[in-house]
Design a protein around this ligand. Structure first.
Ligand code: SAM
Length: 279
């Protein structure tokens, strides 16, 4: 990086008569140390295809392109896509599209790579749809390194019996292992966002041995009402179709106390519950 990214972001926008679009979550990363941490966490080699969501002004894109074989970056903003096409290295492909309307499986297949890594400073208004479209559709993406709101990172990384622990924690845990890469304060962006951010890494390794069609209804039921016992929550779920007695037996079969609340269960406890239900 030859120039401080902060000056760069301001300058490039001004040169093109553009302003950051708040609705599109345009908070451009300006901190070189955070950029380095993101790229290092993704552990990219010269054989890798990297998918970037929302390249913005290309500050992360350019760093990724230095180490990857190819970077495919999907940017919804037509003005930014035009700038990126002029300014990014030749191993970067810019796709001017909405990520939620983009078939990433197709892009990876067409590119000739067997799999890809996703690295992105995500637009926060669609963080979870983007992450879960990768995880739920079993796309050939084995690593995600993404900047998200700190509150979302906290929920992904939460321990049982804490306020942040719940559906998001367990849903991500089903699909892989999450770790914290960096906490990122608002002053690392231009313009400054209203929230704190964090970079997380998800190493994708789905628990395919646990029936998804059972595990997810169970965790949804367990957190539908935090004040109720797990037994009552399970019995109240239309998806699970259990009487109160059947819910009690299920807890017994999974070696869980009758009065326990869902928030006290670990991922392994929920996995045992799903297995007991299947039987
Ligand atoms: N990567 C840049 C950086 O780190 O400085 C910009 C990150 S900014 C938080 C999010 C980017 O996502 C913006 O460039 C925005 O235009 C883009 N974006 C927003 N919604 C999008 C969507 N639905 N599909 C693709 N890109 C989107």
């Amino acid at each position: 990086m030859t120039e401080h990214p902060q000056t760069n972001a301001r300058k490039i926008l001004a040169q093109h008569g553009l302003h950051p679009n708040k609705k599109l979550g345009q908070n451009f990363l300006t901190d070189a140390h955070v950029l380095e941490k993101i790229v290092a966490a993704a552990d990219i080699t010269s054989d890798d295809l990297v998918i970037e969501v929302g390249p913005g002004l290309g500050v992360l894109t350019t760093e990724l392109a230095r180490v990857a074989s190819k970077v495919t970056a999907i940017e919804i903003d037509t003005n930014l896509a035009a700038i990126l096409r002029e300014t990014t290295p030749s191993n970067v492909e810019i796709i001017n599209k909405d990520i939620l309307k983009t078939d990433l499986g197709d892009i990876i297949a067409q590119s000739g790579f067997l799999r890809a890594k996703m690295v992105a400073n995500l637009p926060y208004y669609i963080t979870t749809p983007i992450i879960f479209s990768v995880l739920e559709n079993a796309l050939p993406i084995n690593t995600l390194v993404v900047m998200v709101q700190k509150e979302v990172a906290d929920r992904m990384l939460a321990s049982p019996s804490t306020k942040a622990y719940g559906l998001l924690t367990l849903s991500v845990a089903y699909y892989g292992k999450v770790s914290l890469v960096a906490n990122v304060p608002p002053n690392c962006f231009f313009p400054r966002p209203d929230v704190h951010s964090a970079v997380v890494k998800i190493d994708v390794a789905p628990h395919n041995n646990i029936n998804r069609g059972i595990f997810f209804p169970i965790i949804k039921a367990a957190f539908a009402n935090r004040r109720k016992t797990l037994q009552n929550c399970l019995a109240a779920s239309a998806d699970l179709n259990l009487t109160k007695d059947a819910a009690a037996k299920l807890l017994f079969d999974a070696s869980l106390p009758e009065s326990i609340r869902g928030e006290a269960l670990s991922f392994e406890d929920f996995a045992r519950l799903a297995t007991a239900y299947e039987k």
